[in-house]
Write a protein that binds this ligand. Structure first.
Ligand SMILES: Nc1nc2c(c(=O)[nH]1)N[C@H]1C(S)=C(S)[C@@H](COP(=O)(O)O)O[C@H]1N2
Ligand SMILES: [Mo]
Length: 299
């Protein structure tokens, strides 16, 4: 379903990191030639995905530990083949869907998205994946459905972090149905044209680019259509800090820190603070979903 939505971050159909890197040199060169008005900060920011190394070594995946380096160390133990996703609840064709059968029906495309963690760091990630809307279309959403609930695999013998009651496992997340059907909402199966690494949520994870990163649940094994708002892990754990909506919003601070700016992860010295954008820069696309809602109350 390409071209349903115009991606402001797409600049070509390339995928290998080397090509991204060459492009970056080109931009730097253009600035050096006095073309900075064209390739200025805004454009440079948009066009510069984080490196493979950054994206795959600084992670949140608490099933493997709470330190940023834990997932890269321990997620290797995760068995991701075979993989199936139970899709149930208010759908026409419930069942256990084999991942290969899902993929054979989906169109994989590239989406370069900003990714903003609630902890106030961010990256730019070149995902590959398909629209969640296409998967929901495949199984048929029943008219009574209002929400979509997601669950991560819970396999303690492969997930050392689940020995600790940091969260009430399995990790759960949810979206309102209109959010789930929005063309920006992606099920990612790859990064830089390679399969999603285990620490990033192999073999398939949600990506909702206008929401804080914890909504983007990893290693999904179950998707349930419901008529009531589903319980979600971080909201259950600390409800006054993590709401169901969790839309990126520079004007609504976390109770313990400001959300007005973020630290853009990038090679050591070059890590820098940038302003946080309303809906993480996707305001034009998604603000209409929240018309008439008080975003400070529905945080
Ligand atoms: N199952 C599961 N999904 C998860 C998490 C987690 O701990 N467990 N962490 C979330 C948080 S807080 C963030 S910021 C992103 C991090 O994704 P990344 O490691 O690919 O950058 O994954 C989200 N999805
Ligand atoms: Mo996060």
């Amino acid at each position: 379903m390409a071209n349903r939505w115009q991606n402001d971050l797409t600049f070509s159909d390339v995928t290998p990191e080397a090509v991204f890197f060459n492009r970056r040199k080109f931009i730097t060169g253009a600035a050096g030639l006095g073309l900075s008005a064209l390739a200025g900060p805004a454009l440079a920011d948009k066009l510069e995905p984080n490196s493979w190394q950054e994206i795959t070594s600084y992670n949140n995946y608490y099933e493997f530990g709470t330190r940023k380096e834990d997932p890269a160390k321990y997620a290797g133990a995760l068995t991701t083949e075979p993989w199936s996703v139970k899709i149930d609840g208010l759908v026409e064709r419930p069942g256990d869907y084999d991942l290969q059968d899902i993929l054979s029906e989906m169109t994989i495309e590239e989406r370069i998205y900003r990714f903003r963690c609630v902890e106030a760091w961010s990256m730019v990630v070149p995902w590959n994946g398909f629209e969640l809307a296409d998967l929901l279309d495949m199984v048929g959403v029943r008219p009574e459905a209002r929400y979509v609930a997601f669950e991560t695999l819970y396999r303690p013998e492969e997930m050392p972090g689940t020995r600790f009651p940091v969260l009430d496992w399995p990790y759960r997340e949810g979206l309102r149905l209109d959010e789930a059907l929005h063309p920006l909402t992606l099920i990612a199966t790859g990064i830089y044209g390679k399969p999603v690494p285990k620490q990033n949520g192999a073999p398939l994870r949600l990506v909702v680019p206008w929401k804080y990163g914890f909504k983007s649940i990893k290693s999904i094994v179950r998707i349930t259509l419901t008529d009531t708002q589903p319980p979600t892990s971080w909201n259950m754990s600390i409800p006054n800090e993590y709401g169901f909506y969790s839309n990126v919003n520079p004007n609504v601070d976390h109770p313990r820190w400001s959300q007005a700016t973020e630290r853009r992860i990038g090679g050591g010295l070059f890590s820098r603070r940038v302003p946080t954008l309303m809906f993480n820069g996707y305001e034009n696309e998604v603000a209409g979903l929240y018309d008439g809602m008080d975003l400070a109350k529905n945080y």
